[in-house]
Design a protein around this ligand. Structure first.
Ligand SMILES: [Zn+2]
Length: 61
Protein backbone atom coordinates (compact mmCIF):
# COMPACT_ATOMS: atom_id res chain seq x y z
CA UNK A 1 0.00 0.00 0.00
CA UNK A 2 1.11 3.57 -0.60
CA UNK A 3 2.31 5.33 2.51
CA UNK A 4 5.11 7.07 4.32
CA UNK A 5 8.33 5.41 5.36
CA UNK A 6 9.33 6.75 8.75
CA UNK A 7 12.88 5.46 8.39
CA UNK A 8 14.08 7.18 5.20
CA UNK A 9 11.31 9.73 5.45
CA UNK A 10 9.79 9.47 2.04
CA UNK A 11 6.65 8.39 0.28
CA UNK A 12 6.70 4.76 -0.72
CA UNK A 13 4.49 2.42 -2.69
CA UNK A 14 5.21 -0.57 -0.50
CA UNK A 15 4.64 0.74 3.03
CA UNK A 16 4.53 -1.96 5.66
CA UNK A 17 3.32 -1.43 9.21
CA UNK A 18 6.22 -2.40 11.45
CA UNK A 19 5.51 -0.67 14.70
CA UNK A 20 2.77 0.90 16.77
CA UNK A 21 3.17 4.11 18.70
CA UNK A 22 1.16 4.07 21.89
CA UNK A 23 -1.08 7.06 22.31
CA UNK A 24 -2.60 8.45 25.48
CA UNK A 25 -6.05 7.89 24.07
CA UNK A 26 -7.40 5.52 21.50
CA UNK A 27 -5.59 2.71 19.71
CA UNK A 28 -1.90 2.90 18.85
CA UNK A 29 -0.82 4.60 15.68
CA UNK A 30 1.00 2.31 13.25
CA UNK A 31 4.38 3.35 11.88
CA UNK A 32 5.26 2.35 8.35
CA UNK A 33 8.48 1.47 6.63
CA UNK A 34 9.25 0.50 3.06
CA UNK A 35 10.45 -2.94 2.11
CA UNK A 36 14.07 -1.79 1.73
CA UNK A 37 14.13 -0.21 5.21
CA UNK A 38 12.48 -3.29 6.68
CA UNK A 39 15.28 -5.40 5.34
CA UNK A 40 18.05 -2.95 6.24
CA UNK A 41 16.85 -2.32 9.79
CA UNK A 42 15.54 -5.86 10.27
CA UNK A 43 12.05 -4.60 10.97
CA UNK A 44 9.30 -7.13 11.48
CA UNK A 45 5.95 -6.41 9.83
CA UNK A 46 2.94 -6.33 12.09
CA UNK A 47 -0.72 -6.72 11.37
CA UNK A 48 -2.49 -3.45 12.09
CA UNK A 49 -5.73 -5.28 12.79
CA UNK A 50 -4.38 -6.67 16.04
CA UNK A 51 -1.72 -4.09 16.74
CA UNK A 52 -0.10 -4.59 20.11
CA UNK A 53 1.52 -1.94 22.31
CA UNK A 54 5.01 -1.02 21.14
CA UNK A 55 6.61 -2.65 24.16
CA UNK A 56 5.43 -6.04 23.04
CA UNK A 57 6.99 -5.66 19.61
CA UNK A 58 10.55 -5.25 20.78
CA UNK A 59 11.25 -8.95 21.10
CA UNK A 60 14.09 -10.18 18.96
CA UNK A 61 14.74 -13.74 18.04
ZN1 LIG B 1 12.28 3.40 3.73
Amino acid sequence: MTGWCSWHRGEVADAIAVRVIEQTSGPGRPVYACRACCRYHRLTPIRTADAAPAGQLQRRT
